[in-house]
Design a protein around this ligand. Structure first.
Ligand SMILES: [Fe+2]
Length: 233
């Protein structure tokens, strides 16, 4: 059973996810009712629009007022969905605070048109050299990776963790392809990427879990859960 969600836009007022504490608690309760008790709050950080400092201070401000409202039986970690551009590296500062709290795992988003041949590969290498393990969110949004298994394989060899959105497994045009990637070991983590009850609804987590269990067996669910728990620890 999936009890971890490593990619959410629940932290209120920081990005295009939850607008206020009420919305945020609704999302947390929806996840909790499905058995998800370990949640990373990963607001968007657009590195070409804002400095690390400014992003972290906005995140801290929201966390300070929101976290005391979260029920005690939910375990929360702060993180960020970092949009990787050259600006991420230009400040030459410690990037560890952008990783999932107390880990070396960073949710790293690339432009969807990325071909993963030139600059994005150099950026992945740079992150690895800094001791950071990139977690690639919603692999299904990168046409280059969905078309080219070799490229995906290369990223996995470089140490990338691949995440897919639960809701994508409910989309007819893509779900079979995702099941294949999952069976072949190219999807390591399943997350909601929830922004609201409508946009990437948290309810997709249980629907997709049942779908995957039916199509591939429960061992894959246990593997996804194990992978997420190792990152969350
Ligand atoms: Fe996201």
């Amino acid at each position: 059973m999936i009890t971890h969600d490593l990619h959410t836009h629940i932290l209120p007022g920081v990005d295009d996810g939850a607008k206020n504490s009420e919305d945020a608690l609704r999302l947390i309760n929806a996840l909790w009712r499905q058995g998800v008790k370990n949640i990373c709050l990963t607001p968007h950080f657009y590195t070409h629009k804002e400095s690390v400092e400014d992003f972290l201070s906005r995140r801290t401000e929201s966390a300070n007022s929101f976290l005391p409202l979260v029920p005690e039986n939910i375990s929360i970690k702060l993180g960020a969905e970092v949009f990787v551009t050259k600006y991420l590296f230009s400040e030459e500062r410690d990037l560890r605070p952008l990783c999932i709290e107390n880990t070396n795992y960073m949710l790293t988003e690339f432009p969807y048109e990325a071909r993963f041949r030139g600059s994005s590969m150099r950026q992945v290498t740079r992150l690895r050299d800094l001791g950071i393990i990139p977690v690639l969110p919603h692999v299904e949004r990168y046409p280059a990776l969905m078309k080219d298994r070799g490229l995906l394989q290369e990223l996995v060899y470089m140490g990338l963790i691949i995440q897919s959105n639960a809701v994508s497994f409910t989309e007819a045009r893509i779900k079979r392809k995702l099941l294949k990637l999952l069976r072949d070991g190219y999807i390591h983590v399943l997350s909601s990427d929830t922004h609201s009850m409508e946009r990437n609804s948290p309810l997709a987590v249980s629907v997709t879990q049942e779908y995957i269990a039916k199509k591939c067996g429960t061992e894959i669910i246990e593997k996804l859960e194990l992978n997420a728990s190792e990152i969350f620890m």
